[in-house]
Design a protein around this ligand. Structure first.
Ligand code: DX5
Ligand code: ZN
Length: 230
């Protein structure tokens, strides 16, 4: 099993975003998780395509854009042009989920659906062929620094079974990502429940002293060694 760690910029220093991206990738992060909130679908407001475009030259690592917006379609081509590699959205944010997945893929990005804690996994059943990523929220979307909701572990096992059954039938592998409250002390258990891609915001960007360019080395190494023990 290959695991990916995707630090969420939501907890980074917004006054030094480019530097934060470079440092966290140098410390071994695989993806950059980019949280887009619109003060409509979720009660918070963050960053958009202009900021994505601004950080794009800072890394060659994939930028994983998590859209917490409603509506979704209008903004998809803007993120594709801004250099996004993966775009995920919440089914509640789109009137036509299949069409939105197609739009993301036609824009040249990988596409994914995001499941809130109360959103049933059945949303994925009829669109498996258009999914590259399934993202389970382990907190309610809108803020960083919340606690992992334990019921996500059973939901991960359920999603893993669906994804594996689909892979057996088609040979196509869909990634299973988890977002919210992922820390050094629970990442192994989350991996054992079936996740292969881990968003971690406060756990990563909260670590170390501000002035030390290597400040993310030790937390990234701890996350990796927890995963190595799975
Ligand atoms: C929440 C965001 C998450 C958040 C995770 O709505 O989607 O990506 O930044 O932050 P932590 O890891 O602190 O829970
Ligand atoms: Zn997110």
């Amino acid at each position: 099993m290959t695991y990916r760690i995707a630090p969420s910029l939501l907890s980074a220093d917004f006054a030094k975003l480019g530097e934060e991206v470079a440092h966290v990738i140098a410390s071994g992060a695989d993806w950059i998780h980019f949280d887009v909130m619109d003060n409509h679908y979720v009660p918070n407001l963050t960053i958009g395509p202009l900021v994505c475009e601004a950080i794009r030259p800072c890394t060659t690592a994939p930028i994983d854009v998590h859209l917490m917006v409603k509506p979704v379609d209008r903004i998809v081509p803007d993120f594709a042009k801004a250099g996004a590699n993966i775009i995920t959205f919440h089914p509640e944010g789109s009137e036509h989920v299949d069409r939105t997945l197609g739009l993301i893929r036609d824009s040249g990005c990988q596409a994914g659906l995001v499941f809130n804690p109360a959103t049933p996994l059945t949303w994925m059943d009829h669109v498996m062929d258009k999914l590259d990523v399934v993202l389970l929220m382990s907190v309610n979307p809108g803020y960083g620094g919340q606690s992992f909701i334990p019921g996500t572990l059973d939901k991960l096992r359920e999603a893993r079974a669906k994804i594996d059954a689909y892979a057996q039938k088609t040979g196509r592998r869909i990634l299973l990502e988890v977002d919210g409250g992922v820390k050094v002390d629970n990442i192994a258990e989350i991996a054992r429940a079936g996740a292969d891609t881990f968003v971690a915001g406060s756990a990563v960007f909260g670590a170390g002293k501000d002035s030390d360019p290597q400040r993310y080395n030790s937390v990234m190494a701890s996350l990796r060694s927890a995963l190595a023990g799975v």
